[in-house]
Design a protein around this ligand. Structure first.
Ligand code: GDP
Ligand code: IMO
Ligand code: MG
Length: 427
């Protein structure tokens, strides 16, 4: 039996979807535990190419229970569209379960996310505008509406009426926007309820049973460590915890049951949205990486900011999550460089800094200190054994392992399932 958490180690989009789809074959359950449809997880397999926002990336394996955990904020319209799309492509969704404790994204959440971004103007966070900040704020403020609320229509209407009164005051009096109609929102969500009811259940109980039956469970993280509200580059963060610890709270599996925590890192760095990124390349090298790797967001299509691997941030992510190993993705993107760089420290006011600062305004002033390694200038996508990698590529991976004090269990050399070097079996 194993409980393994797959966690984004940078600013998201590290390739978690690919890794989960790959590892799901040997598991009994895959659980999304945080975020919402701000996530976009690309999976490429025999069924085609998919960008999953809410459905766990294990869905392509019919024997795997795919669970949307209590820590996920569910936009029912997006979820239903995703289920339809999967079914159209011949992917069965009978093995999908939605936590009855998961919070719902309501129309006022998406509206308020956009309005808040407009209000912030130049200091906008660059959110995905999917309602994530507002829905998790409501969860903590005890104003949320959960999937279980959909199952009792009368109680749902009365709860919605109370919350909507407040939200409409906010929309009209603070933001000068139009109010929402109680009847329309109620009717719409009753329709969603009809379609989703069969999936809604106490998933924490299901998972605890699976744990006691010694099943293999994969926790699928969304976003990345540096977007965590506590440990990320606050306030340029998301609103639920992408960390391994979030995997426990967002699923209902005790932290004592975790066997492995795998940190997914790109072989370089990307970030979408605003906020500091010390290794960002604003020059032609950054543009080259963006074009070569097609670094555009899976959810919003925005260009991703690109830069070299940041080992200072990487060490920080390794510690805060307790990674037992790392999955290094997109190594093939670096195949064409004469040399590659790794940031090993920051320079701040002339001094060297080897820790990741808590204060975002300090991080903004940090200059990267690079170590330059020779490139390998050889294609790697066809390679399936680490020993067959060019020596310079092996050295690059080894240096990252050394700087993070963490071994690589997986090296990914292309977007498909089989573009993978398993250094060490996970299950
Ligand atoms: P996620 O949000 O962490 O699941 O990552 P995304 O799906 O948003 O972005 C990762 C992108 O990298 C997707 O386009 C994947 O198809 C692609 N990808 C994943 N692993 C590799 C790899 O090893 N090599 C290449 N070239 N692409 C990869
Ligand atoms: P996956 O799971 C990359 C970023 C947004 C923005 C910040 C806050 O695909 O790795 P939010 O909409 O969450 O309030 O936006 O977080 N962000 C992501 N960046 N990958 C993601 O998910 C992200 N989810 C949110 O761009 O900077
Ligand atoms: Mg993504």
């Amino acid at each position: 039996m194993s409980v393994v958490a797959i966690v984004g180690a940078q600013w998201g989009d590290e390739g978690k979807g690919k890794i989960v789809d790959l590892l799901a074959e040997k598991t009994d359950a895959v659980v999304r535990f945080s975020g919402g449809d701000n996530a976009g997880h690309t999976v490429i397999n025999a069924y085609g190419e998919f960008r999953l926002h809410l459905v766990p990336s294990g869905i392509f394996h019919p024997h795997v229970a795919c669970i949307i955990g209590n820590g996920v904020a569910v936009n029912p319209a997006v979820l239903l569209e995703e289920i339809d799309d999967l079914e159209k492509h011949g992917v069965k969704t009978d093995n999908l379960f939605i936590s009855d404790r998961a919070h719902l994204i309501m129309p006022y959440h998406t509206l308020l996310d956009g309005l808040e971004e407009e209000r912030r103007g130049e200091s906008a966070i660059g959110t995905t505008r999917k309602g994530i900040g507002p829905v998790f704020a409501d969860k903590i403020a005890r104003l949320g509406i959960r999937t279980c609320d959909l199952l009792d229509r009368e109680a749902f209407r009365s709860r919605l009426a109370g919350v909507l009164e407040l939200k409409n005051a906010l929309l009209t009096k603070v933001y000068n926007a139009q109010p929402l109609s109680l009847d329309e929102v109620y009717q719409q969500y009753c329709q969603y309820a009809q379609k989703l009811a069969r999936f809604i259940t106490d998933t924490s109980r299901l998972l605890q049973e699976m744990v006691s039956q010694n099943k293999n469970i994969l926790l699928e993280g969304a976003q990345g460590t540096l977007l965590d509200p506590d440990f990320g580059t606050y306030p340029y963060v998301t609103s639920s915890s992408p960390l391994a610890a979030g995997g426990s709270i967002g699923s209902g599996i005790s932290p004592r049951q975790f066997d492995q925590v795998i940190g997914v890192f790109k072989a370089y760095t990307t970030r979408v949205g605003s906020g500091p990124m010390p290794t960002e390349l604003k020059d032609e090298v950054g543009e080259f990486i963006r074009q070569r790797a097609h670094e555009y967001g899976a959810t919003t299509g925005r260009p991703r900011r690109c830069g070299w691997f940041d080992a200072v941030a990487g060490r920080f992510a390794t510690k805060v999550n307790g990674f037992t190993s790392i999955a290094l993705t997109r190594l093939d993107v670096l195949d064409v460089f004469d040399s590659v760089k790794i940031c090993t420290a920051y320079r701040l006011h002339g001094e060297l800094l080897d820790r990741f600062p808590s204060d975002t305004s300090v991080l903004e002033k940090c200059q990267p200190v690079y170590e330059e390694l020779p490139g390998w200038k050889t294609p790697t996508s066809h390679i399936r054994h680490a020993t067959q990698l060019p020596p310079q590529a092996r050295r690059y991976v080894a240096r990252i392992e050394e700087l993070l004090s963490c071994p690589a269990s997986i090296i990914s050399v292309g977007p498909s399932r089989d573009h993978t070097i398993m250094v060490k079996e996970v299950f």
